[in-house]
Design a protein around this ligand. Structure first.
Ligand SMILES: [Zn+2]
Length: 154
């Protein structure tokens, strides 16, 4: 590594883990820290960071390693983002939003302009596909941000 990672602007609060019976007290080092719940009032900030494909904790652009594949760990702050399971929520929100936009627009165009059917086919198919591809990672990041802020683990 050539440079040190950028310090997070909202570092994860860490606390030493409690000692386990039989474990030496001095066994806990500075690197053995447990991540605790994020500060209260972080839901909106974490959601917006997730929507920008950024780590909900530090805001670094490290949440996804592909189109919607979540990185196992944030390389900037060490948050284990791979533990969050958004499951069906992002597709649900994507279908909900895209459906309302496309169906509303198709009805408005038909009502006002009465175009031939090939115009509808040429417009709404690509619009549906484009909007879905654009919104899915946005909603997935938002869901992961909310999960992190509310302490929900998969
Ligand atoms: Zn991070």
């Amino acid at each position: 590594m050539t440079t040190d990672p950028v310090p997070p602007d909202n570092p994860v609060r860490v606390t030493p883990r409690p000692s386990v019976a039989g474990e030496r007290e001095d066994a806990l080092t500075d690197t053995q820290e447990e991540i605790v719940a994020p500060p209260k009032g972080m839901v909106g900030t974490a959601m917006m960071r997730g929507m920008r494909r950024c780590c909900p904790n530090c805001g670094a652009h490290t949440l996804f390693v592909g189109y919607t594949k979540v990185a196992p760990v944030c390389t900037n702050c060490g948050l284990e983002t791979g533990n969050f399971r958004a499951d069906d929520a992002p597709p649900y929100f994507t279908i909900f939003v895209v459906g309302h936009i496309v169906v509303g627009a198709a009805l408005a165009v038909e009502q006002n302009f009465h175009p031939p059917l090939w115009v509808h086919a040429a417009l709404w198919g690509p619009l549906t596909l484009g909007l879905s591809l654009a919104l899915l990672p946005l909603f997935k990041g938002a869901v992961i941000g909310v999960q992190w802020a509310m302490g929900i683990r998969g």
